[in-house]
Every structure is written in C-alpha cells, then in structure tokens.
Design a protein around this ligand. Structure first.
Ligand code: SF4
Ligand code: MG
Length: 326
C-alpha cells in the first residue's frame, strides 16, 4: 500500500533577529491511508512546525525549508502555496483553540459553508445540507436549527466539535489536529478522541494528532512519533512505544505519565531543559539530560537505527558500533 503522506529529510528554519532557529532537523515520517499518527513532544520540539510545513504555512522569507520533501499521495507539495487545491480540499487542519478558529460575528452555518462554496463550488443549499450532515456526524443534535446560531451559544466542548465538523466539510483525506483536546476537561477530551475514531471509521480519513501528552494517544494512535529538539527521536506502533521504548527520552516521557496503578508522587518529570535551537548541540540533542549518555554522544550525532519496519530510534545505545567501546 502507498502511504498517504511521506516526509523525507525535512528541515525547517526561521530567520530571526540574531540568527537562524533550526526548528525541524532531518525529519522522516510516513502516514498510511486511514490510520492515525500521533506526534508527541514538549512544546517547542517542532511538532507544530512540522504540521505547518505540511499545510504550506511556513511563511517566506523568515521561514523556509532548506531541505527535504513532503510527498502527499504521490505529489511533491513541499513548495506549493497553502491556497492550492490540494491543501484547500484534501488536507484540513484543526487548530488548538476553537474560539480563535470560529468567527464570533458569523453564524456557524455561514462559516461552515464558506470554504466548500469557494473550493468545491457547491451551491448554498448543497453546502448547508453537507453542514447539517457533518454536525450530525460530530454529535450535534438539531443541526438545521444550530446552523443559524453563533459560536457563543455553544459550550467549549461543542465548539471543538463544530471546528472538527468544519474541517470535515471538504471531505479531506488527511486531518491534522494540533493539541485538539488541550483546552478541554478530561471527560470532554475522551469524547473528542472517541469522535476522531468514529469519524475515521466512517470516512477513512487519515489523522495526524499533535500532543504533548503521550497518555492521550495510548488508545487511538496506530503509530507514534516522538519528537525532541526538532528531531524525530523514536517512531513505532503503540506496543513499541508503550512497552518497548528504546530512547531514553521516550522512557522518561512514559515515566512521567500518571497511571492508575501509580502513586502521584512517584511521577518523575525529566530534569533539565531542551537545547537551544539557535545552536543545536554537536552530538545528540538529548545529551545534557540523558542519564545513559556515553562519551560518543556529546561529539557525534547518533544515526537512525531501524529495529523493525515500524520501530526506529535515534540513539547511540542502539548502534552496534557502540557495543564494545562504552
Ligand atoms: Fe542518551 Fe547518547 Fe542515546 Fe543521546 S545518543 S539519548 S545521549 S544514550
Ligand atoms: Mg505547538
């Protein structure tokens, strides 16, 4: 099967006063049709920037892509503008805060139909029918009546559902959700994640879920990519990441997730801070925080080790060349 999206050796940089920030460095990712990929990491690790690159939202001249390819369904979209038809119709993004995604001065109906009337040339009636259908799919009752209401007439959880319904209006092949549940309380978080699963079953859409919380993705991700300091340091399926994590950072993240069988005070956050992306370290990016660091780690960047077809790790511990000289 051909993957829906392949990212190869992608780097994204930003020119800022005083230098260049290396926000994403040599990133490789794939997402299969109809599957969910979770991108996990601390804020500033490059996960949102990666998705902005997929959406065509890296703004020149301050932001640029010095190397790499983004291949969507066989097409190289790396340098395409965000308003081309692929990005308008086939890739949709849900931003973190539903209130900023919704216009308070327009009815839900008006904002839901705007995009498809423009991009898909649907008539107003067709577009409204489609909007009702999508509101029903995300679990909002009496959709016809709701379409004439304004954002403030809905609760926070309902607004997030509306934003999801809006993203589905163009029947996208890929839905990118950036921290879609961060602003919501735990019960509603769970409902939104179930909603993603239901939507995927019914529409076959592929989903990229961005989150800082590894716990959130435990149930719904088919594959997980862990990012640190602009790099993807481990990828794998759920079993690989939750039961056989190999990178010390992934292991640290797991130890910091609250679990039912653990005392609250046994949670161990990872000490220290991520490196400065103005001047990323010469060797491994995690070196300053790694309890298993070796001499080689400080000077020479680790190469990707492929453990199985799905499980890859960027760490010297997995490199056969280090076995005898630690
Ligand atoms: Fe730790 Fe070295 Fe692996 Fe980096 S390469 S995570 S410093 S063991
Ligand atoms: Mg972010």
């Amino acid at each position: 099967q051909n993957p829906l999206l392949t990212i190869k050796h992608l780097s994204v940089q930003f020119k800022v006063h005083g230098g260049i920030v290396q926000a994403v460095r040599d990133l490789n990712l794939t997402i299969e049709k109809g599957k969910t990929l979770a991108i996990v990491g601390e804020s500033g690790c490059g996960k949102s920037v990666t998705c902005h690159a997929v959406m065509g939202l890296i703004q020149k001249p301050s932001g640029f892509i010095p190397q790499g390819e983004i291949i969507f369904d066989g097409l190289d979209i790396t340098q395409l503008e965000k308003n081309n038809t692929i990005r308008g119709n086939r890739i949709a993004m849900i931003f973190q805060d539903p209130m900023t995604a919704l216009n308070p001065t327009l009815t839900i109906g008006e904002q839901m139909i705007e995009g498809v009337m423009k991009h898909k040339k649907l008539s107003k009636q067709h577009a409204l029918d489609k909007a009702s259908e999508m509101l029903t799919l995300v679990g909002i009752a009496e959709p016809e009546k709701r379409l004439s209401q304004y954002p403030h007439q809905f609760s926070g959880g309902m607004r997030q559902r509306i934003v999801i319904a809006m993203a589905l209006m163009s029947d996208p092949d890929l839905l990118i959700a950036d921290e879609p549940t961060t602003a919501l309380d735990v019960t509603i978080q769970a409902q939104v994640l179930e909603l993603f699963e239901k939507i995927q079953q019914q529409t076959g859409v592929s989903i990229i879920l961005i989150t800082h919380d590894l716990g959130v993705v435990a149930k719904i991700a088919d594959t997980i990519a862990v990012m640190y300091a602009g790099q993807c340091i481990e990828t794998g399926n759920r079993r690989d990441i939750f039961y056989h994590p190999q990178h010390p950072y992934t292991q640290g993240l797991l130890a910091s997730i609250p679990r039912l069988d653990m005392q609250k005070d046994s949670l161990k956050p990872i000490e220290g801070h991520p490196p400065d992306l103005f001047a990323p370290p010469k060797g491994c990016g995690f070196f300053s925080r790694c309890k298993k660091a070796m001499r080689v780690c400080k000077e020479i960047p680790p190469e990707l080790s492929v453990l199985t077809e799905e499980h890859t790790v960027l760490c010297w511990l997995q490199d056969s060349r280090t076995q005898c000289n630690v």
